[in-house]
Structures are given as C-alpha cells and as structure tokens.
Design a protein around this ligand. Structure first.
Ligand code: FDA
Length: 307
C-alpha cells in the first residue's frame, strides 16, 4: 500500500513540489545521488572506481519535448568525453533511460529515441566503454527491446535491463541468453498490475532465481543487480555451478546502498559495479528508492509534517 502510494507520488507534480522543498530532502537525496552536476559526480566516481566498477546515470525521464531529449544526449556526450579523457572509461560505463531521449514523444517517439540512443552509443564507442538501457514500466518493454535490437546491429555490446517481477521476463531471459548479450537482471521498481507482474515478494524472488538460472546457463554476460543477500549468494552458487569464473558475470548495486557489502564482494576478487546517478532531475529516482525502504519513508514523512 505504502509502496503503491509512493510510486504514484513519483508521477505527481504536486508531490514533487512538496518533496523538493522539504528541508530534509537534500540530506536524504545525497545518500542516493552523487551530485547535481558532472563536476559534483566525478570525485565520488573516482572514489568508487578505486575498488569497484561503475555505471553512470544522468538523471531524467519522461522528457516532454525534443529539446529536452537533445539536452539529455548532450549531457551523455559530455559525460562520455570526460570518461574517455580521464581514463575512467576503463572502469565506468553509462546507463540510459529511453524515455529521457524521447521514447514517449507524440510523433515518432521510438524513432527519435533510437536515433538519440545511437548517438550516445557512438560517443561511448569513441570513449572506449559501453551503454546499458534501463527498463521503465511494463508498457515500454517491447519498445525498449526493439530499440535494443536495432542498436546491437551496430553496437553489439549494448546491454539491457530485465525485471524479474514481470511474468514475461523468464521468456525474455531465454531470448537474451545468447552469445554477446549483456543482461542486467533486477527485481523491478515500478508499480505494476497483477495482470503483468508478480506482486508478492516471495514470487518475485522465485522468478528472479529462475531468470538467473537461465542467464547463468546461457552464453551471455549476466549482470546481477540486487542488494538481496540471499539472491547474491544464489548468483554465486549458480555462476560457480555453470563454470563461470569471476570474469564471467558481475554483481551490481545502487550508489549509497549496502556499501560495505559492495566493498566486500570486490575484495573477494569478484566484479562489483555500482550504479551512480547524478543530475538535478532526481525526483522520480529518489521516490523509487524511498518506496523500496519503509524505514526511510517513516523518517522522511515525520520531517515533512514537523516542518
Ligand atoms: P530488496 O528490495 O528485497 O532489497 C534487499 C535489501 O537491500 C533490503 O533489505 C535493504 O537492506 C537493501 N535495500 C534495497 N533497497 C534499498 C533502498 N532503497 N535503501 C536502502 N536499502 C535498500 N529497476 C527497474 O525497474 N529498472 C531498472 O532499469 C533498474 N535498474 C537497476 C540497476 C541496478 C544496478 C540495481 C541494483 C537496481 C536497479 N533497479 C531497476 C531497481 C530494482 O528493480 C529494485 O527496485 C532494487 O534494486 C531493490 O531490490 P533488491 O533486489 O535490492 O531487493
């Protein structure tokens, strides 16, 4: 119930104004977001890349016009040029939301997003790194996978996110378990109806394990995006059972979440990548993080009413 309310609030402009103005917000946001600008984000990225890998997300989603989509492409182009120039591209890639590069624009949105994502991929190739497409709500999955297929024709290393809470994802994992594919498997962060998604945590976890089994047994490169200690352990066991060495898959977690565990996985010689978001469009991302953690919500709600 609380999760559903917060995820609805993530799309409300009234709630957005209230949350953005709350004094406590900056403090909580800084736990999950590396800064408002690229210059702010670079020191934390340099710190994280000392022992872990990184994927950078320039925050933003659901752009309303072509000029905003163009601004997103510019931001990624500048980011990728900086990664190439500084040498960070060896340890840092980027994650892109297609809705931030025009996927929902009324005329030819998917084509605009494809063209824009292609420009981001070309900048990544120039810098010597890779791109992974984030996955948004279930209505975007077919379109995102269609764009992925087009991009992979020119940039075979482009990766995608699949969400274990969707009923369709086991089949998608079978389709994407082939040689060369890079799949980031997460549980899923949106409020989805029971007609398309498992809504019970235990069912989502069971689906995650089935999907992971398929990816680990396949020929692609699985990216295990979860903070759930049980699933992290199962991923290792499956990887070992499938004869994957430490270079044959990677763990991924979000900036600001379970950092000690991130460091411990890296210290064991396993690949550990941290998803580092930055930028001033943090509202939707932040609300999804609140929705995942009831303890944060209680703290945040108390500060809103006592203001
Ligand atoms: P779960 O929610 O069960 O959490 C396990 C434990 O992790 C918790 O008990 C707690 O200790 C800790 N934890 C989890 N969330 C926390 C939080 N917000 N604050 C503090 N502690 C927290 N989703 C999506 O729909 N599309 C996408 O493209 C992506 N991309 C993505 C990339 C990467 C690298 C990661 C790690 C995750 C995503 N996600 C995502 C988000 C994902 O779907 C999911 O919502 C979160 O990872 C939380 O689920 P867990 O698997 O961590 O399990």
């Amino acid at each position: 119930m609380l999760r559903t309310t917060l995820l609805a609030a993530a799309r409300s402009s009234t709630c957005r104004t209230l949350v953005e103005r709350a004094p406590i917000t900056r403090h909580l946001v800084s736990k999950y977001v590396a800064g408002s600008t690229l210059a702010d984000a670079l020191p934390p990225v340099a710190r994280v890349t000392a022992d872990r890998l990184v994927t950078l997300d320039h925050l933003g989603e659901d752009v309303a016009d072509a000029s905003q989509a163009e601004a997103t492409v510019d931001a990624y182009t500048r980011l990728l040029a900086e990664l190439g120039r500084s040498g960070l591209a060896e340890r840092a890639e980027v994650s892109v939301k297609l809705s931030a590069v025009g996927q929902f624009l009324p005329h030819d949105g998917e084509k605009i997003a494809l063209d824009n994502a292609r420009r981001v991929c070309a900048a990544a190739a120039e810098a010597g790194t890779t791109v992974t497409l984030d996955m948004e709500d279930h209505t975007t999955v077919d379109s995102t996978l269609a764009v992925l297929a087009e991009l992979r024709a020119d940039f075979p290393w482009v990766g995608a996110v699949l969400q274990a809470y969707l009923h369709r994802t086991e089949a998608d994992c079978r389709d994407f378990a082939g040689a060369g594919s890079r799949v980031r498997l997460c549980k899923g962060a949106y409020d989805e109806p029971a007609s398309v998604a498992y809504r019970d945590k235990a069912e989502v976890d069971r689906s995650y394990v089935r999907c992971l089994r398929t990816l680990m047994a396949g020929e692609g490169y699985p990216m295990v995006a979860t903070h759930d200690p049980r699933l992290v352990g199962i991923a290792r066991t499956l990887a070992d059972g499938c004869g994957r060495g430490p270079a044959g898959y990677e763990h991924q977690m979000l900036y600001g979440i379970r950092e000690n565990e991130q460091r411990s996985i890296a210290a064991q010689g396993r690949r550990m990548r941290v998803y580092v978001p930055y930028g001033d469009q943090w509202y939707g991302y932040f609300m999804r993080r609140l929705a995942e953690r009831p303890a944060n919500v209680a703290f945040f709600a108390r500060s809103l009413v006592s203001d």
